[in-house]
Write a protein that binds this ligand. Structure first.
Ligand code: MG
Length: 216
């Protein structure tokens, strides 16, 4: 079925720009969330990381999309402290490897990119849904995107549903007790706070939807 729009390097560049804009405008909110159950650096870290990613990708327009994701991942690892740099860095590199050097990709491969990203986060963080981490937003997003595309939803629609699933997962972290990451040291005191990693992950999926919709 050839009803899907193809995505390419410009999609990745646009996604990274959308993320940078989004984490910058939500920086204080992410800092507040992290100050409540972590060390308060999440918003600052994400902004620093994705500013560096946008800079690194500038002038790489001729590179294949998989290479751009790998470069973005490497950049996050080298610029972001805390857990989010290594986790998103590894996620984007794993996703990029799925695409190899191919110049374009379609929805089904985007699912595989995000599934590889999720697998690397779960592997590195040893986290599952319900642990009050970014996995609580990322896993439902990947599952929803796969299900929607399998049901022949248009890509932009499927990504909108995936972003909503990520936001639902994000909000569902509020009543949970953290079982992984720094917040888990708080035990029951982590209950009642939204997870910052799940929150930035929901922003990242929403940014992907905007990047793909803008190109369509
Ligand atoms: Mg932190």
């Amino acid at each position: 079925m050839i009803t899907e729009q193809a995505m390419d390097a410009a999609t990745i560049t646009s996604w990274m720009r959308e993320i940078e804009t989004s984490v910058r405008s939500e920086r204080d909110y992410l800092v507040q969330l992290d100050a409540a159950i972590g060390d308060g650096d999440h918003g600052t870290n994400m902004v620093r990381g994705f500013e560096a990613v946008v800079q690194a990708l500038d002038g790489e327009a001729a590179a294949p999309p998989g290479r751009l994701l790998i470069l973005a991942g490497r950049t996050l690892v080298s610029t972001v402290g805390g857990a989010s740099g290594p986790l998103w860095g590894s996620a984007l590199r794993s996703g990029g490897r799925v695409l190899g050097d191919q110049p374009t990709f379609e929805g089904g491969q985007l699912v595989e990119v995000l599934a590889a990203a999720l697998a690397s986060v779960k592997d590195l963080g040893a986290a599952v849904v319900g642990d009050k981490t970014m996995v609580d937003a990322l896993e439902p997003a990947v599952d929803t995107l796969r299900t929607e595309l399998a049901a022949s939803a248009p890509l932009a629609t499927a990504l909108g549903e995936a972003a909503e699933a990520a936001e639902t997962g994000m909000r569902a972290t509020v009543p949970l007790q953290a079982r992984k990451g720094r917040a888990s040291y708080l035990g029951e005191r982590s209950i009642g706070h939204q997870d910052p990693g799940a929150t930035s992950t929901a922003l990242i999926i929403r940014a992907l939807q905007r990047a793909v919709s803008a190109a369509g």
